[in-house]
Design a protein around this ligand. Sequence first.
Ligand SMILES: N=CN[C@@H](CCC(=O)O)C(=O)O
Ligand SMILES: [Zn+2]
Length: 424
Amino acid sequence: MTEFTFKTIIRNATQIVTVCENNEKFLTGNKMDAITIQKNSSLIINKKGLIEFIGKDSEINEKYPKATFGNEIDAKGRSIIPGFIDSHTHPVWSGDRTFEFALKLKGATYMQIHKQGGGIGFSVKNTQQSTEEELVDLLIPRLDRMVKTGTTLVEAKSGYGLETETEIRMLKVIEQAKKKHPIGILSTYLVHSVPKNKTSDEYTKEVLEEQMVEVIKSKKNGEISPEYIDIFCETGVFDYEQSKKIMELGASNGLIPNFHGDELTNMKSPNLAREVGAIAISHLEKVNEEGIQILAETKTAAVVLPTTAYILRLEQAPVRKMIQENVPVAIATDYNPNAPCTSMPLTMHMACVSCRMTMNEALVASTINAAYSLRKHEKYGSLEVGKFADLVIVDSEVWEHIIYQLGEHPIWKVIKAGNVIFEK
Ligand SMILES: N=CN[C@@H](CCC(=O)O)C(=O)O
Ligand SMILES: [Zn+2]
């Protein structure tokens, strides 16, 4: 078998959107609108799947005169961007909630449906009754759809179990998908809601005294590998103190707090993030001025979910204000049975139109800032030497077409660590 010097070379792309070039952890303020782009350039990927070189094709002969490549891709007339990082999803569930969408279209609110046992409760009932294999079979095609729209790394939560066995089963399902699917997956243990027959206090106690112990035990056994602890901190679900106790216990067991906050009501989530050392808060539709200042000071990532506010007809999170105040803003699909959108390009389009982001800001929020929101910025989120070669080749000379072509997705190839995982 021929031994190649490098895994892959992608030659002569009209644009390589590197996003940033100085190993920045995240971009804030005006820097979000000042992404870096290399024109008419080539990119070399080494055998470890890492970026070896980005620059002019003419430099390659000089720098690597004898190099051979396992795969040569001609990207003339096309552009390259980093693979999207979908930093907030709930992709493991069973049961169809189309009927709830119909109710919401007629005016029912998220909390009305939730209180009647629908919403999360409906997904919980169905997920509890599904086997690990059934859930894996539902998850894999969802991950396929993510890859087709350019996502190369996804955060995936548990949270439709609400009892120990099903929560751990969901995390095992994610574990199986990590082995079976080429997309990168990071998993989160999510304490999502209160089971029907319990009060919030009772369930908090159960999580603290029993469920968390089992989750940590399974993690230590190597059956599951959650890296983050998440909670739905919301009026009528888990209050500030309950959320704090659960995240603190998670943190003391090596899980990093990264939670749902200030979605339907203001919960002082940024204060909570500061207290528990959370790396990110998702939603933030109801964050106030004081909260934004805290996010800016602590550099807690704000993970904005435009699809949710769109579907629930809520006001979007105050993204412009957060960018102006130098909060690291990320965006994610929130893929779940309430907002069943797997597409980052569609989410970016919504972020531009509904949250008034520029296309550059939306790209930063889906790449380097999304990586930061999961503390994976050292190896992901921009196209820089030494990072993983996770990227999308856009079927256009102008990278912005990935956002502009609403609902269409001009994607030619998706590459993960140097391997083509989707092509048209
Ligand atoms: N807000 C809480 N959780 C999800 C919705 C989950 C569901 O409705 O099933 C979210 O992030 O939007
Ligand atoms: Zn969510």
